[in-house]
Design a protein around this ligand. Sequence first.
Ligand SMILES: [Zn+2]
Length: 318
Amino acid sequence: MNITRRHGLAVGLGLATLSGAARAAAPLAKMQAPSFYRTRVGDTEITMLNDGIGTRPLAGFVRNASDAELRQALGEAFLPNDVYTTNYTPMVINTGRKLILIDTGNGEFGSADNGLLLQNFLAAGFTPDQLDAVVFSHFHPDHYNGFRRRDGSLVFPNAEVMVPEPEWNFWMDDARMTQTPEAQRGNFMGARRALGPVARNVTLYRWGQEVAPGVLAIAAPGHTPGHTVFAITSGTARFMMMSDITNNTSVFVKHPDWSMILDLDGEMARQTRHRMLDMAAAEGMECAFYHAPFPSVGHILRTAGGYELVPSQWVARL
Ligand SMILES: [Zn+2]
């Protein structure tokens, strides 16, 4: 059936008779409500925090697919296809004893469309001084820039700072930075700006170690040398924080062999992506992705050519 103006009018007229006199128009809000989303893993509570959205030119973003193919994939996902967009979604884990944050969003260094982590952290009922640890999955600016304000002050003053050891060793290596062409040193500099002043107090964690009780750091290199995902376990329940296994899941879960320019080692990232998505599909566990459409939580299904992220159902009471 085609919905026509005539159908609309018929319904509209019916309503007008019922509602009587016209009232003043409500203004458009043009804003979401505070955006956080909770889910539960056994006795552990997860809170996904929306840091907002970012855009970048789509030209050349995928190494092994054309701009036209990327544009088509974005269109098929009903996303803007003149520009590439992605969400940022840090995550709070409350084990009941420890409150930890995985990644810190864009802070004061992003655009008007992001840097919302702190306001959503507060809206979710947490206070910055409650946080026991900030755990970084890897050193890219959309993950560490929310750690420190422009004036240098720390956003989470009491939190232990935990960084994957191979990630620290890669980006904080002065010799490697010096050998890198100046135009490509931005991320070396950014990591120093954010983490340099606390370098002596940083806890370097290793893959296979827990960063908090029930939160296991798992090797997922390729995107960066120390890129880490996290398995959260409580009782028999398990949940995976997939970090940057994929960028926007609407594109890269369906096209797991596409290599985007932000993956430092494209082939290793591709293998890691398949390994993690296979595991998620086989075990049927709920997963979060840092760059999935908010609230960024769902289950992975294997499909003929790739995978699909099936969003979780929103429930009010956990
Ligand atoms: Zn990222």
